[in-house]
Ligand binder design. Sequence first.
Ligand code: RFL
Ligand code: PHB
Length: 394
Amino acid sequence: MHVPVAIIGAGPSGSLLAWILRQRGIESIVFENRSREYVEGRIRAGVMEQNAVDLMIRAGIGERLQKESMYQRGVEIGINNSHHFLDFEKLIGIGVTVYGQSEVTKDLLGGLANERHNVLYETPVTKIEDHHSDKVKVTYEENGVAKQLTADFVLGADGYHGASRKSVPDGGIVMHEKTYPLGWLGIMVKAPQSKPVAFFTFHDRGFALLSMRTPEIQRLYLQVANDENLNEWSDDRIWDELDTRMGTPGWELIRGEIFQKDLAPLRSFFCESQRYGNMFLVGDAAHVVPPTGAKGLNSAFADVSVLSAGLIQHYTEDDSTILDNFSDLAVARNVQTQRFSGANTAKYHIFPGTNSFDRKMQQAELEYLVTDETAQISYAKQHTGLPFAHWPEL
Ligand code: RFL
Ligand code: PHB
């Protein structure tokens, strides 16, 4: 069998690519290692940039997002228990949107299912070969049986641990990586909102973040070690630690039932090229950022915007200009996102080996940010997201 486009991974990147291409009549098949329920239930990102929101809306899959998402006009920053509001809306006329990644994937995978799109769940891709030919070979495992097809293009949207990037021979793509001895202990909580915006805190006991998913469901994080034992964190210990790092007189962090606890180790990683022959890499397959900047899902959607624009131009106008520029455009944006996410991580976290001088400089950096309007404008522009280089014609 030969298909125009084989997409590996049905996370946000792969499912949005399949959805957009489908709107323009470009046929694709999607391979997903896990079940649909698993992908839809994966609690991850929560904050979307306006461009990511607009892409969903333009693609005709943003109806529920427009109804149920929560717009936020800025963020709050805590510096050793004093709270400061940065009003992005006032500074640059734009805020961010809260809509859980699990809602994004439910919308996209639901949309694809309604249109009977070919998404093969629990069907891992095991091998990709002949990247430089116009028949890239994909081997996958369906019900335990190895099968093969060929494609004009393979889109590697299979996340950091996926098969697509690993299929590139050594040296085929230059990669850069930094791991941190830090993790985020995340909780999902049934409780009303304690603040109308996300709250990032710098504290002598480490970083903490208050975010949200819906008016009734809150998402909170604590900086811990990357190999932290979650069994040592009772609900009471988590709440007490959050209170210590976030609390201030006159404000109360509202507690509630914790219905999920998870640990996310922090990582920075990117590929210097997002193309190898006729295979393109998008989203976490090509780059991972520490979550402090809320950029992972948004960078994935920026990649998808340019790549889908390129594939649509290629198939409908027989013009490969955008496709041929995809990798350079994607990498240029993603390097900037790495810089912002890394710098934002460095502002707040306590790193092993950090001394009192380093901590005072971190604090001074944040104090400058919360008092200087020029610094705030620059921060707001980066937090709310860089432009997308191309948009698909829909
Ligand atoms: P995903 O979501 O990892 O999806 C890849 C899919 O590929 C499948 N797969 C395979 N399928 C077939 N064959 C194989 N061999 C395969 N190998 C893997 C996997 O099962 C999976 O379904 O990558 P994608 O689509 O590129 O999406 C990226 C985002 O998930 C990620 O960047 C964000 O979640 C990052 N992130 C955040 N991003 C934001 O923009 N805003 C946020 O607020 C935000 N918060 C976060 C985050 C990530 C976090 N963690 C857990 C790392 C908060 C956290 C805690
Ligand atoms: C989240 O809501 O999960 C979230 C918000 C902001 C971040 C990271 C994660 O920077």
